[in-house]
Design a binder for this molecule. Structure first.
Ligand code: ADP
Ligand code: MG
Ligand code: ZN
Length: 640
């Protein structure tokens, strides 16, 4: 059965499978009672073997030495076999008897001592069997060895039992690293699985080369980077890329997440690091991957996490291990973070993570490639255009594109269709962006009106201000945490945003607040998230991007992250008042736009109350009806 949602296995956060590294103990065993029974059985078996031999021994008649001498003297004995101190006598009539000889003297002497003449003795043929016959040793030593074996076996099972039950107690010092074996082709990830990220891949090809053929590099005296730091927003494929390096190079890949270091008792983090590096060195050439290294690698003494000793020790151990590499070591340490700004500068020093690779959010072309990668194995309808989806998803990370594809497949499957349609994909864009629709969340009439004006406010301000993004969709159906939403999408991907764009962006974010104030003469808790977003933007403009005249071109934000020093009261006071000024200004501008276009605002709100969701085309018709020219893409302008 070809189910359309055959999910492409997602190597999520490196959590996936991978074998346990060598050195971890086997888990459990048969139950404890099972062990005991088998132990006893083995014991009984050995006992019976022993008694069999012993009994066998006793079966023959044992006689005294004097009797032996007498029988020799009377000429009854034809043969004596000597094995150690055991004598086996063969009589002329064919019967057998055994005896013990004096351990300190030879047999003829003993017989002579008992009065047998040399003549009588010479009539008996004396055979000396090898001194240490198997039976001799077996019989003599078994009673000593058997209990030892028994105790050993018992002890072995007991130890296993304890280990099985309390793995943690024995292994908490060992690295919890997961290893991906190069021979394990099911879990293998290669560069082909990583779409886009071209620059990052180019950088990493060199690493792959080295791991494949370290000798070539070492012979010519090249110093290979020990540490490579992958930096990029969440979901941009850092973990995936690290795994691809291992997959391409075909070397063992030891991965551990920074957050896992922190969860244990004091001192364990450091010993785990030691174990991890030891494992990797033994398996060299190999890769160590520390995911989310910011969890342990935050600037020391910054006070975050209350001066966590454990974290510092772990971090120190990582540094010690990396410094301890000799130049010919064939182990490469990779790490990933989405917060390079909080990392301890010590990590970034030469000889440590001195090679840094930035992974950007994918641009339109990359998004198309990523979508294509995740479209493998999925059946699509004829109307599907990945180009359109790529165009409509600026700002999406690889992980979000992956889940978009997956959501679309789920939608199709839920409706019992065999193919994914374009509409499934479009709906999934919004779902991934905003969370699922909450149709069950019914608004009262008053709430509906309020939400309609609020969203209308955002949409209108966004449409009027020159540098704000155009509106794609407005809705008063609540979604995720939002009561309603206005979807604004830039026409182009942008790497850089200007001050004017930020200011218009903040103003349209304040549009909801301004509308509530204007129409209802009051504000609700509705815009609380808007205020947070706007404030964050304004603060970054002032303190990081040098976009405020009053403060000037100074980046206090970055400064603070590196030095760990608090800003002076004077400076932070200035920043606060500048942020406030920007926000007040933005609200005033939004307010003015709404007053100037009150008719349009009412029309949008009425439409929203009526049909709840307004798409771009309908929205633009509303604007035109109210004398506003909708924004056009540059190319559209040309062709129009
Ligand atoms: P990060 O570690 O940067 O947070 P991940 O590597 O965990 O991101 O990515 C999560 C998932 O997103 C991946 O398993 C993959 O399915 C998808 N993904 C991310 N980036 C890409 C990409 N460039 N190409 C293909 N898939 C990607
Ligand atoms: Mg990751
Ligand atoms: Zn809002």
């Amino acid at each position: 059965m070809a189910t359309p949602i055959k999910q492409v296995p997602a190597p999520k956060k490196g959590k996936k499978g991978g074998k346990k590294p060598a050195g971890l103990l086997p888990k459990g065993g048969p139950g404890f009672t099972g062990n005991l029974v088998s132990t006893i059985l083995i014991f009984l078996l050995l006992m019976s073997v022993y008694t069999f031999f012993a009994e066998n021994n006793k079966a023959k008649q044992e006689i005294a030495l004097s009797q032996v001498a007498n029988d020799v003297k009377s000429g009854l004995v034809s043969e004596i076999e000597v094995a150690g101190n055991d004598l086996t006598l063969v009589y002329a009539d064919g019967s057998n008897k055994t005896a013990m000889k004096d351990p300190d003297a030879a047999l003829p002497e003993t017989l002579a001592a008992y009065g047998a003449t040399p003549d009588q003795i010479s009539k008996v043929s004396i055979k000396i069997a090898s001194e240490s016959g198997f039976r001799f040793w077996f019989v003599t030593l078994l009673p000593i060895i058997l209990p030892i074996i028994f105790l050993g076996v018992l002890f072995f099972f007991l130890i296993r039992q304890v280990r099985g039950a309390g793995m943690q107690a024995f292994t908490f010092g060992q690295s919890k690293a997961r290893m991906i074996d190069p021979a394990d082709t099911n879990n293998r990830v290669t560069f082909a699985d990583v779409a886009g990220a071209k620059e990052a891949k180019e950088e990493l090809v060199e690493v792959v080369d080295f791991l494949k053929n370290p000798k070539k590099f070492l012979d010519i005296g090249a110093r290979i980077p020990k540490g490579i730091l992958l930096m990029g927003a969440p979901g941009t494929g850092k973990t995936l890329l690290a795994r691809a390096v291992a997959g391409e190079a075909g070397v063992p890949f030891f991965s551990i997440s920074g957050s896992e270091f922190v969860e244990m008792f004091v001192g364990v983090g450091a010993s785990r690091v030691r174990d991890l590096f030891q494992l990797a060195k033994r398996a060299a050439p190999s890769i160590i991957f520390v995911d989310e290294i910011d969890a342990v690698g935050r600037a020391r003494g910054s006070g975050v996490g209350g001066g966590n000793d454990e974290r510092e020790q772990t971090l120190n151990q990582i540094l010690v291990e990396m410094d301890g590499f000799d130049p010919t070591e064939k182990v490469i340490v990779m790490a990933a973070t989405n917060r390079p700004d909080v990392l301890d500068p010590a990590l970034l020093r030469p000889g440590r993570f001195d090679r840094r690779v930035t992974i950007d959010l994918p641009d339109r072309k990359d998004r198309l490639e990523i979508l294509t990668v995740h479209a493998r194995k999925k059946p699509f309808g004829p109307d599907v255009s990945m180009e359109v989806i790529a165009e409509r998803t600026p700002g999406f990370s690889g992980a979000e594109l992956y889940s978009l594809m997956n959501e679309a497949a789920i939608l199709a499957a839920r409706e019992d269709r065999k193919e994914i349609t374009q509409y499934d994909l479009i709906r999934s864009i919004e779902k991934v962006m905003l969370g699922p629709e909450r149709k069950s969340h019914l608004l009262s009439k008053k709430e509906k009106r309020l939400t309609a004006y609020h969203e209308g406010g955002h949409a209108l301000v966004s449409s009027i201000l020159e540098f704000a993004d155009p509106v794609h969709k407005i809705s008063i159906i609540s979604r995720g945490r939002a009561g309603g939403y206005t979807l604004k999408l830039p026409f182009e991907d942008r790497k850089m945003q200007s001050r004017k764009e930020f200011l218009d962006d903040i103003a349209s974010t304040m549009g909801g607040y301004a509308a509530e104030e204007l129409i209802f003469g009051d504000v609700t808790t509705g815009p609380s998230n808007d205020l947070m977003v706007a404030t964050g933007l304004a603060r970054d403009m002032v303190s990081r991007w040098g976009m405020s005249d009053a403060i000037g071109p100074v980046a206090y934000g970055a400064e603070r992250a590196y030095s760990g020093e608090p800003l002076s009261q004077d400076v932070s006071g200035k920043i606060d008042s500048e942020v406030r000024r920007i926000l007040e200004d933005a609200k005033m501008r939004a307010h003015q736009v709404l007053i100037d276009n009150r008719k349009a605002l009412d029309a949008i709100a009425d439409k929203l109350i009526e049909i709840e969701t307004v798409e771009r085309e309908d929205f633009e018709k509303l604007l035109i009806a109210n004398g506003i020219t909708p924004k056009k893409k540059e190319e559209e302008e040309v062709s129009a």
